[in-house]
Design a protein around this ligand. Structure first.
Ligand code: M6R
Length: 366
């Protein structure tokens, strides 16, 4: 059942070129320039005219929501808020009729997310579910939605479900942005082609797993890790840190790279690995200067960088290289080396990576 892999987590990481492809299949037609999503189509008017979109989720699914916030705001020019389901449900949030809520959940059974959307629904919000498990409670409680089609995820740490969530959310953003007219035809067509190329690029990253394994061996005894990124990759830094905590029990924190000066930089010494998500995008120059600041304080500098970026490579202790991708699409690829890094560190430390202590696959009690 593990298909020849040592763990479900590794199998699921390696399935991503296929699961992303399956998620795109039947929806994205790059040649025709179309995205077919019946659930989104059905509520198209309401979404386009929404005053705001509220994304509700927990854990890794919440990180997918954060990436989506940046992308939807950029492509659709609609205000997006991302909420932890547990906070949203208890604080008497302001919900106006016509607000659009996107609930993201792998299992479709997370109690806090379910209750949050049920109460928002009573107040007149439209609920779109981005869910992996077909027929699950959150899928049923939603007005419409789009399944992620990643197949069963057994590893407690979410991997392929996360990239499938990002794939669906990117398609929603593109479809809505195009219908609304907030992105140009050229940009739309360009991003469809970029999305279409993701399965191939994900496979390229996975082919370089041996190199990431050697990095894992080198840093497995660190006590703490810091993960930093900006913009579209800020949430990927958070996700990298969460994955490492869950799988290896190493303390890790993720921050927006510019926040480091406001506190976290005090942690930096020669023992601290700092992992930057530093692929080429509009923030790149700023990220490189943050990297130099870490280096000046003797932190161990690791980074996910774009193929061919020799300047960044030269200042890092170790790099994880990914193929060039449009900045909007890049988070989908950039998370994969971080999943592998956590996996190999967890295995090197002898941890039970498929079933980390104290965690359950779905949190059905609050
Ligand atoms: O099934 P859900 O997506 O609603 O689950 C949300 C979180 O419980 C989940 O992402 C959790 O954080 C994972 N262990 C992350 O790897």
């Amino acid at each position: 059942e593990k298909g020849g892999y040592d763990h479900f987590m590794l199998k699921e990481i390696f399935e991503q070129p296929t699961t992303i492809y399956d998620c795109l299949r039947g929806r994205l037609d790059a040649a025709a320039g179309t995205i077919t999503m019946a659930g989104v189509q059905q509520y198209a008017e309401q979404i386009i005219n929404a005053n705001r979109i509220v994304i509700i989720a927990c854990g890794t699914s919440w990180h997918a929501g954060l990436v989506a916030e940046y992308i939807i705001e950029e492509l659709c020019r609609i205000n997006v808020e991302v909420e932890y389901a547990s906070e949203f449900r208890y604080r008497n949030p302001v919900i106006n009729k016509g607000d659009v809520i996107i609930a993201i959940s792998q299992s479709g059974e997370t109690a806090d997310t379910l209750v949050a959307i049920e109460s928002a629904k009573e107040k007149g919000a439209i609920i779109l579910g981005v869910v992996n498990v077909v027929g699950s409670s959150i899928a049923r409680a939603s007005h419409a939605g789009a399944y992620t089609h990643a197949g069963p995820e057994i590893g407690v740490a979410s991997t392929k479900a996360f990239t499938a969530q990002l794939t669906v959310l990117m398609m929603i953003a593109l479809k809505v942005g195009y219908m609304k007219g907030s992105i140009s035809n050229d940009r739309y067509r360009q991003l469809l082609n970029e999305l279409d190329a993701v399965p191939e690029k994900a496979a390229w990253v996975l082919n370089h797993h041996e190199h990431i394994k050697s990095i894992a061996e080198k840093y497995k005894d660190a006590r703490d890790f810091l993960y930093l990124g900006r913009g579209y990759n800020f949430a990927i830094a958070l996700e990298g840190a969460l994955k490492l905590k869950e799988i290896s029990y190493i303390h890790a924190e993720g921050y927006p790279a510019a926040e480091m000066k406001h506190g976290p930089i005090a942690l930096v010494d020669e023992n601290l690995p700092v992992v930057f998500v530093a692929t080429k995008d509009i923030y790149h120059e700023k990220v490189v200067s943050n990297m130099q600041e870490i280096k000046a304080r003797k932190g161990k500098l690791l980074a996910v960088i774009t193929e061919g970026d020799e300047t960044s490579k030269a200042i890092c202790d170790d790099v994880m290289i990914v193929p060039e991708a449009d900045e909007v699409i890049a988070p989908l690829i950039n998370v994969i080396p971080l999943q592998l890094l956590s996996y190999y560190i967890g295995v090197a430390k002898g941890c039970n990576v498929d079933m980390p202590r104290n965690l359950a696959k779905s949190v059905t009690v609050e």
